[in-house]
Write a protein that binds this ligand. Structure first.
Ligand code: VG1
Ligand code: CO
Length: 543
């Protein structure tokens, strides 16, 4: 029988960030904390009553306990049908696909994505809407408002469900299907990409090294790359999802995957490498002796869309988050297709994808995706790149260098200053905002400012306005710096400084990235006074 619990210590006012609600595990372990947020979802989305809900997570610490609670709350709140991944696992893109496939009202995804896990790590929860995408701001605002009102929540007192067994069960009046997390997703991938070409390329003796970083991408990568495409066993490393990601940082970038970058160097290195984050929506792509930046990845995929079955003859628009380099803009211009600039966070691509205005989009933070789901998709990105490599019969490095020769190179780097006090982060942004008026046409560290604003975005589909999405400063000659505060961290504030420099000269394209960005880095310091305002002289993470 369902029963109602009156929260004796209501924990209200939980505000979702860039990508759902993310907190330390200990915060989620407080009595009623998770339940308050979940009940707020049921309040904000009344259609869930009588509807279908998708549920799964990235396998991190607390995943299974939280899933059992949510199952009981879903039953008590009148959900008719619920699909949950076996062992509670679903990658974020696979959850997005299941929502769409089953025309579910939405999905609850338990993940803190690229943040570390384990008892000392982070946990997260996010609601995705019926289009399969992260709740738009209107909905996250409604969920937040509901968290302020929850005084009680509904919970069935039925015993736990065995999530190890695939099959259908009746659970306190709700039909529950425990599903293979990979099966439907794998079918979808086969429909989108040139599996025959990839299979032939692998059969010819080319080698792969894929790193799942002990997270949920492992089972997906094994099924697709090894079982279906014929890569030798052990092509996928760290494939068994662990609750604490083996103590690592499940963030696919050259800093946290330094060992993979090393493996990809020199004679005898694999031909193709990739890594995925905690919930397998991010990707890093590498070739032998080559690390691809996500901004270039997006641009190259757009330029080669005709070689990818999914896009063939139907690419009418692309989008990038504002801090992502403008490499894709040049491609869109050359192809004569639309190019949109959105705020950081995948939710801002949703309307454009739904309206058919874009088919491909990406973020500088190792996120690439397309209109087959409404999330970024790490495994898909690696498959799409293999598709290119196999069809063009060229290495990753050759493809990207040819791209730069044609379109010019956008050098790109992100400098993160982590664990600042919230006050210090705010001071940096306030300093920048105060300087914006009158900045255009002045010189900063020798660079002439051509644009200076606090990025505001009007969604061209629903007209909604999102303000203060990052400070954007452009310089003559194609350099740019962007500043914003992270919305996914769980400790203090993280300042992100995004640096870009363009050159059309092939002779300049072989430079080392940080030295190519020297002038922009100096301009960033002069503008933001990072040292004066935070005491920091070097960034914690440079990608
Ligand atoms: C970061 C990235 C952003 C990404 C978000 C969620 O947000 O910068 O591009 O969409 O993480 O990615 P922020 O606010 O910390 O900069 V994931 O893989 O956590 O779902
Ligand atoms: Co992620």
């Amino acid at each position: 029988m369902p029963h109602t619990i009156h929260a004796t210590q209501p924990i209200q006012g939980q505000k979702p960030g860039t990508s759902g609600l993310r907190k330390k595990v200990a915060v989620f372990q407080q009595p009623h904390f998770l339940e308050n947020f979940v009940q707020a979802i049921f309040l904000a989305v009344p259609e869930l009553k009588g509807g279908t809900l998708i549920l799964g997570g990235d396998g991190r610490y607390l995943n299974e306990i939280a899933l059992q609670t949510i199952l009981k709350m879903a039953a008590a709140n009148g959900v008719a049908r619920l699909l949950v991944g076996q062992h509670g696992l679903l990658s974020t893109p696979a959850a997005s696909h299941l929502i769409r496939l089953h025309q579910a009202v939405g999905g609850i995804i338990l993940s803190a994505s690229h943040n570390p896990g384990g008892p000392q790590g982070d946990f997260g929860i996010k609601f995705n809407a019926g289009n399969g995408g992260p709740a738009p701001e209107k909905l996250t605002d409604a969920i937040y408002a509901a968290t302020l009102q929850v005084h009680e929540y509904h919970l069935s007192n039925a015993p736990d469900i065995d999530l190890a067994v695939v099959g259908e069960v009746e659970f306190a009046g709700m039909r529950v299907s425990v599903v293979d997390p990979v099966a439907d997703y794998a079918v979808l991938m086969q429909q989108l990409l040139d599996f025959d070409a990839i299979r032939a390329w692998i059969a010819a003796g080319h080698t792969l090294r894929l790193d799942a970083l002990h997270a949920v991408g492992g089972p997906y990568a094994i099924r697709l790359f090894e079982d279906m495409l014929g890569a030798p066993m052990n092509s996928v490393r760290n494939a068994a999802p662990q609750p604490d990601f083996a103590g690592g940082h499940p963030d696919p970038n050259p800093v946290y995957c330094a060992d993979l970058v090393d493996t990809m160097q020199g004679r005898g290195a694999p031909d193709f490498g990739a890594a995925f984050d905690g919930d397998a929506d991010r990707n890093m792509i590498l070739g032998r002796d080559f690390v691809l930046t996500p901004s270039d990845s997006l641009a190259v995929l757009a330029a080669n869309a005709a070689l990818i079955p999914q896009f063939k003859g139907r690419l009418t628009g692309v989008a990038r988050s504002m801090p992502t380099s403008r490499a894709v803009d040049s491609v869109a211009k050359a192809l004569g297709i639309d190019c949109y600039e959105t705020p950081t966070g995948w939710k801002f691509f949703g309307n454009l994808l739904d309206a058919g205005r874009i088919q491909l989009c990406g973020e500088e933070s190792y996120g690439t995706g397309a209109d087959h789901v409404r999330e970024k998709d790490g495994i898909w990105a690696a498959l799409a790149w293999l598709n290119l490599v196999a069809v063009r019969k060229q290495s990753v490095a050759q493809i990207v260098q040819a791209h730069w020769a044609q379109f010019g190179r956008h050098f790109y780097s992100r400098h993160d200053y982590e664990g600042l006090s919230v006050a210090a982060g705010d001071v940096v942004l306030a300093t920048l905002r105060s300087k914006l008026p009158g900045l255009v046409n002045t010189l900063v560290a020798g660079l002439c400012v051509t644009l200076a604003d606090d990025f505001a975005y009007t969604d061209s589909v629903d007209g909604s306005l999102s303000q203060q999405q990052g400070i954007r400063i452009e310089f003559a000659g194609g350099s740019r710096v962007v500043f914003r505060l992270s919305g996914t961290g769980t400790e203090g504030a993280t300042l992100r400084v995004y640096l870009e420099h363009y050159t059309a000269e092939v002779s300049e394209q072989a430079q080392e990235t940080q030295s190519a960005l020297k002038a922009v880095i100096a301009a960033a310091e002069e503008l933001a006074g990072i040292y004066a305002n935070t005491g920091r002289t070097v960034a914690d993470v440079v990608t």
